[in-house]
Design a binder for this molecule. Structure first.
Ligand SMILES: O=C(O)C(=O)CO
Length: 358
């Protein structure tokens, strides 16, 4: 038995490629392999997750062995008949894809905390269980949010550009002045684990007050950071720094629009590390270019990548990052491992570590 498990693992390693390489296998190995649930992995995921899948002896999996997304047509072909699917946030999991996969598909595991790329209704209709990766990325996202907030409010990108390109003439009294966190009011739109983690990191900068808004008050989370629940209007009016931390849902789509920006102070800084879709980007451009608000730091946009000729790139008071909030080696490996474990548990019919209940 031990021997045959070893052989199986060897076979699983061989199958880790977009090509189905099955040469050199004994018919016994092929038979044993063919009874295992079939899984498609849509991307080269960090090594911890792959190791878990390989060493499980529980699945046969095929991987899109690339750092770039699998082309849609290829994906539609590859998912045919699979029992499980492990995807990342660039794959649209909709009716077309689920139809292509067919009725064997029972478990979907996304290596992301966000799930706006999943058609929840279609998944629910088909009884497909969903794993996702909250919590393991909270620290990395909160850390990056603080970084982009400071880069925006203290104009770090502009400043290094000036220093490099000869704009640094002499010390000037108001040159490259920005806004301090000390004595400020920080507003959080959508208070969850990430919002709390951001506030915990900002508090030592001597923030005066934390406020937040959400669908409803969240006293348990709010008490950890002494945050006051306010309406969306008040959040816009009072915040010196407004950090968006909500999920993208039909309710939050473009919730940050002309109406919100028009209520913000001319000195306030807008930060978004959640999803680009929560912002109306034309309205944000208008607010930034007319001085309605002082600056914006964005880790997420619509679309991604944002075309290099997009008007937002022309603004000095807009710092744009290429969706890197969770991009630390530790966190991406933890996400990969959690996604793999969610998938394996789901396929065994056990509760997942992090399951999205529909
Ligand atoms: O996990 C997610 O949803 C991300 O956006 C990764 O940073």
């Amino acid at each position: 038995m031990w021997c045959s498990r070893m052989a199986l693992r060897r076979l699983q390693r061989i199958a880790v490629t977009p090509l189905n390489i099955t040469g050199g296998l004994t018919s016994n190995m092929q038979r044993e392999m063919s009874t295992l649930p079939r899984v498609y992995v849509t991307r080269q995921i960090p090594p911890e997750g792959l190791k878990i899948l390989r060493e499980s002896g529980q699945v046969q999996f095929e991987l899109w062995d690339s750092d770039d997304p699998v082309p849609r047509q290829e994906l539609l072909q590859r998912v045919k008949g699979v029992d499980g699917l492990l995807c990342v946030l660039t794959e649209k999991i909709d009716a077309e894809l689920l139809d292509a996969a067919g009725p064997n598909l029972k478990v979907l595991s996304t290596m992301s905390v966000g799930f706006d790329h999943l058609s929840l209704e279609e998944l629910k209709k088909r009884g497909i269980r969903i794993g996702y990766t909250p919590e393991v990325l909270t620290d990395a996202v909160a850390e990056l949010t603080v970084a982009v907030l400071l880069a925006t409010s203290r104009r770090l990108i502009e400043a290094t550009d000036e220093a490099k390109t000869g704009g640094w003439g002499t010390w000037r009294t108001l040159w490259l002045c920005g806004y301090e966190l000390a004595n400020s009011t920080v507003g959080i739109l959508g208070l969850g684990r990430i919002g709390v983690a951001i506030a915990e990191r900002l508090a030592p900068f001597k923030v005066k007050k934390f406020i937040y808004t959400d669908m409803e008050p969240r006293p348990e989370l709010a008490s950890a950071i002494n945050a006051e629940y306010v309406s969306l209007d008040e959040l816009a009016k009072q915040s010196d720094f407004l950090a968006v931390c909500c999920a993208l849902t039909p309710e939050t789509k473009e919730i940050c629009n002309k109406e919100l920006f028009s209520k913000m102070k001319n000195t306030s800084i807008f930060i978004n590390t959640s999803r680009g879709g929560v912002v109306n980007q034309e309205d944000l451009y208008e607010a930034l270019s007319t001085g309605q608000i002082a600056g914006a730091g964005l880790d997420v946009t619509v679309p991604e990548p944002l075309p290099t000729n997009h008007p937002l790139f022309t603004l000095k008071n807009c710092v744009i990052l290429p969706h890197i909030a969770s991009a630390s080696y530790t966190t991406r490996n933890a996400m990969s491992a959690l996604a793999a474990n969610n998938l394996l548990r789901g396929l065994r019919g056990e509760p997942m570590i992090k399951e999205l209940k529909l």
